[in-house]
Design a protein around this ligand. Structure first.
Ligand code: RB5
Length: 147
């Protein structure tokens, strides 16, 4: 995928995996912006999810990576934003498919449920895959909730 500045956000349960993800991004040469949190002290994931979502929607960051314990809370928050397609990925093949079929603009990782080795494979698949378009674009076009 063609990337810009990668945005990354987590809560306390995702902090250790976020540090690994940052090491991975640096090793691959991807520029990134870290939206926090910056320690394992307990925080509320929406406080970090919303700024990341706004930055991705504004085009300041692409793609995003978000991590909480299960990936569900931070992913649910991100997907409240109309311009966000945040996909929860716990296996490399899901990460490839969430790009190819869903054009995900944020990768969500469950920090308490993937090993660092598995996370590295998930990142490789996500960053290496492009959107297939076609019938998948038509489906994405139907996602929007009219206000
Ligand atoms: C934090 O304990 C945990 O609830 C959070 O990281 C996440 O898993 C929520 O969905």
């Amino acid at each position: 995928m063609k990337t810009g500045t990668v945005g990354i956000a987590c809560d306390h349960a995702g902090y250790e995996l976020k540090e690994f993800v940052i090491t991975w991004l640096e090793a691959k040469g991807y520029p990134y912006k870290d939206f926090g949190t910056h320690s394992t002290a307990s925080v509320d994931y929406p406080d970090f999810a919303h700024p990341l979502a706004l930055a991705v929607e504004a085009g300041e960051c692409y793609p995003g990576i978000a991590i909480c314990g299960t990936g569900n809370g931070i992913g649910m928050t991100l997907n409240k934003h109309q311009g966000i397609r945040a996909g929860l990925c716990w296996a490399p093949e899901i990460a490839r498919l969430v790009r190819q079929h869903n054009d995900a603009n944020i990768l969500v990782l469950p920090g308490r449920f993937v090993s660092l080795d598995e996370a590295g494979k998930i990142l490789t698949e996500f960053f290496g895959a492009d959107f297939d378009g076609g019938r998948h674009q038509a489906r994405i076009d139907k996602m929007k909730v009219e206000e």
